[in-house]
Design a protein around this ligand. Structure first.
Ligand SMILES: Nc1ncnc2c1ncn2[C@@H]1O[C@H](COP(=O)(O)OP(=O)(O)OP(=O)(O)O)[C@@H](O)[C@H]1O
Length: 300
């Protein structure tokens, strides 16, 4: 057992979990490095929450080994609990208290010093709402308070299960800034999301989970770069017929979607040259492969 500063944040080896007949995790092995922003993505029921709860020590794996900061999360021990932060659900709030009073209570439960409260409010961008009652704060502020509740004891590893679920786009982007700030402060962040654009924007590495197994693992850039999926060239449908598009050098498929002709290719340069030669490039758009395309290919 090691608690050295250099140990990885999380090491999972062949982790399995079964709920009765349901096989939730079919043997997951992965390593999360220190200070890494690590995303778990996958369809509903893929096993993400089960996996994160096993790392948190809330559930026990049936088989395999789990090490968080070099320690086993089960049985739960104070030395490890002091070093990890687990996002609470907003139902765990004290609604009649102000955001600051709520955090003061949480900090006291953790034995964190009083000055941790203002530091944490600032870290998650809640200083301005500190005196607002919990029941009156916005959805975005509520999520930030949930994250703040996991942070008063200044943990090294932070577990967040869908922290941006049910937020509007503006609040979601604001929370991204908060999460980036936490990573800049040196935290290791392990989180789940259904937003692939978000995983792409925030994560150093992403594990795509399907049916309880890791089906892809890497940085968004590497996953996208290593994909053989086609990119797309779009132009107004009245400028070129599907039949003529299919004759272009590099064209692999062509369909009309709405008022656009969408041509698929794995040779974007050749196709663009051919489109330019046929109808000119004015108004032509390109859509490169996204993490969401890869996700859908692997999980559908
Ligand atoms: N306590 C439980 N008892 C029985 N089955 C469970 C339990 N928790 C989860 N499951 C089942 O285990 C599988 C994995 O569920 P889990 O919640 O880990 O997936 P998930 O990827 O987090 O899904 P979602 O994206 O919907 O949150 C599912 O089939 C789910 O129904």
């Amino acid at each position: 057992m090691s608690t050295s500063m250099n140990s990885d944040a999380v090491v999972l080896t062949d982790v399995r979990k079964q709920y009765g007949e349901v096989r939730a995790l079919a043997g997951i092995s992965l390593v999360v490095h220190r200070s890494e922003f690590f995303g778990l993505v996958g369809p509903n029921g893929a096993g993400k929450t089960t996996l994160i709860e096993i790392m948190e020590g809330l559930r026990e794996a049936d088989a395999g080994t789990v090490a968080v900061l070099g320690m086993a999360p089960v049985p739960r021990t104070v030395p490890l609990l002091r070093r990890i932060g687990v996002q609470t659900q907003s139902s765990a709030f004290f609604p009649r208290l102000s955001a600051r009073e709520h955090l003061e209570t949480v900090a006291a439960l953790y034995g964190a010093p009083p000055e941790a409260v203002d530091r944490t409010l600032a870290l998650v961008g809640l200083t301005g709402a500190a005196d607002t009652r919990v029941k009156a704060i916005s959805g975005g502020q509520r999520q930030r308070l949930a994250i703040a509740s996991a942070l008063t004891h200044d943990p090294e590893v932070l577990f967040l299960d869908e922290p941006t679920a049910s937020l509007d786009p503006q609040a979601r982007r604001e929370l991204w800034t908060t999460l980036r700030g936490l990573q800049a402060a040196g935290k290791t962040i392990i989180y789940t999301t259904h937003h692939l654009d978000e995983a792409d924007a925030l994560c150093d590495r992403v594990a795509i989970i399907a049916d309880g197994a890791v089906v892809a693992l890497g940085s968004p850039r590497d996953l996208i770069g290593g994909s053989a999926l086609p990119s797309k060239v779009l132009l107004a449908a009245d400028r070129l017929s599907v039949a003529d598009a299919l004759l272009l050098d590099g064209a692999e498929d062509a369909v009309v979607e709405g008022d656009s002709l969408v041509i698929s290719t794995t040779s974007g340069g050749r196709l663009l040259t051919a489109v330019g030669g046929a109808v000119g490039l004015d108004g032509v758009e390109t859509r490169t492969v996204t993490l969401e395309d890869i996700y859908l290919e692997l999980t559908s």
